[in-house]
Design a binder for this molecule. Structure first.
Ligand code: FAD
Length: 412
């Protein structure tokens, strides 16, 4: 059987006006675009409103795990994405002084996960593939469209969004995919609701691999695509190659020292960044020598939203970081946003009319499918913060032993 025959690609459903929803998604991030594809495949109309004037993603890498790859395959993106993907062979866990702790065979796991791969992307490539697919399926995209608030009609059948520039638009279903600082979430709750601080920040850098290839100690990191985690007191570092070895993505996770009034994203200081890893595996210092600028992101989370993500009328819901932003210590925030979009589309695929009762039911099922899983991912991300950042001592020795046992089990 040909490999592609194993995977199911969703066909676009045909609908008449009696059951075709007009939907608006706020936010053209990975979550919003994924939802657009999935809802279009369910036969509904989609308009995406994006505050930015240019649609895009930050210049950094992203790991896509098999669960998220499965969703992307179902949207018909396998072949397009494969052109941009790097497939890491394995994941290495390394102690902060450079001692190898264990490894996980990604190819073996992918095979066990039904053949859905572990993929690493430059975010811009993943984002562009989603954008192109959404447009191909009929998404209408409006940039410079910053949403300020919304109201639900008295009979609950529709929602009207109001934009910062004075425009307004009415829709059968409004979906907030506007990220961790979601304005729609605040409007839904009727109060200011900042995300929670985690005590960590991330330095994100992209290195050109040409210099790394000249150094015998760094060359293997480029030539053998792998994901590497160094774990140590209060910090960890993650890296992997992108674009078939052209770029090297590094993320350094360290204690948050950004003053609260400075915002969540700023230009980092290279010397300060390097100083965090003084005394660590000398290969990290060598990698950091190759960078000349870096961005610094405060890491926040949203552990969930009680009691519901959706308006009782069935004409508003949310997805992605707006409802369950997680620490990136499980590489799963975008994966969860993509899964949300996939499930929401499948729930809306079953609509046979546009009544509030039918929409309510669809949103109820959507949330019931997504809530526990996403809350667990947020909890697990926070747990990994503790595990990865243990100070040297008995707990760290116990962790390292468990890592080793895990690696040995993986080899069997
Ligand atoms: P966003 O990407 O934030 O998109 C929100 C969009 O809404 C933006 O385009 C924004 O401009 C727009 N918007 C905001 N407000 C408005 C408004 N009022 N009106 C209109 N538009 C608006 N996840 C993984 O799966 N794998 C990884 O390897 C990974 N690594 C990560 C590493 C780091 C350092 C970090 C910080 C995160 C990482 N994540 C990873 C998490 C992932 O990036 C996020 O979970 C994901 O991008 C969230 O997507 P989203 O669409 O929900 O939100």
């Amino acid at each position: 059987m040909a490999e592609s025959a194993k995977f199911t690609v969703q066909e676009k459903m045909q609908r008449d006006a009696s059951s075709k929803l007009d939907t608006i998604i706020v936010g053209a991030g990975l979550g919003g675009l994924g939802a657009a594809i999935s809802i279009l495949l369910a036969g509904h109309d989609v308009t995406v409103l994006e505050a930015a004037s240019n649609i895009g993603e930050v210049g950094a890498g992203i790991q896509v795990l098999p669960n998220a790859a499965r969703v992307l395959f179902s949207w018909g993106l396998k072949d397009k994405l494969e052109k941009f993907a790097t497939k890491p062979q394995k994941c290495n866990f390394i102690g902060w002084k450079g001692n190898h702790l264990s490894e996980m065979d990604y190819h073996g796991y992918a095979a066990a996960a039904g053949g859905y791969p572990f993929w690493d992307f430059h975010r811009a490539n993943l984002h562009k593939c989603l954008l192109d697919r959404a447009i191909e399926l009929g998404a209408k995209l409006v940039t410079k469209a910053k949403v300020e608030t919304y109201t639900v009609s008295p009979d609950g059948s529709s929602t009207t969004v109001f934009l910062a520039d004075g425009r307004s638009m009415t829709t059968d279903l409004l979906i907030g995919a506007d990220g961790i600082n979601s304005k729609l979430r605040e409007e839904f709750l009727g109060k200011s609701d900042p995300p929670e601080l985690t005590g960590d920040l991330a330095y994100r850098l992209l290195l050109n691999t040409s210099e790394m290839l000249k150094d015998p100690e760094l060359r293997p990191f480029v030539e053998n695509p792998q994901v590497n985690y160094w774990v140590g007191p209060d910090k960890h570092a993650v890296n992997y190659v992108l674009k078939g070895g052209e770029l090297f993505n590094m993320v350094l996770l360290v204690p948050d020292d950004i003053p609260l009034e400075a915002g969540n994203l700023l230009e980092g200081n290279i010397d300060e960044m390097r100083a965090h890893f003084d005394g660590w595996d000398p290969r990290i210092a060598k990698m950091l020598e190759l960078s000349d600028s870096v961005l610094k992101w405060r890491l926040c989370i949203r552990p969930g939203l009680e009691p519901t993500w959706s308006h009782p009328s069935g004409s508003f819901t949310m997805l992605g970081d707006a409802v369950h932003a997680t620490l990136p210590y499980l590489a799963s925030g975008a994966g969860m946003a993509l899964e949300d979009g996939g499930v929401l589309g499948l729930c809306l695929a079953r609509l046979t009319d546009k009544s509030p009762a039918s929409k309510q039911k669809a949103l109820e099922v959507y949330e019931a499918c997504r809530r526990e899983r996403t809350e667990n991912v947020v909890k697990r991300g926070t747990y990994n913060q503790w595990i990865y950042h243990l100070a040297d001592g008995p707990e760290q020795e116990d962790r390292d032993e468990k890592f080793r046992q895990f690696g040995e089990k993986d080899e069997q």
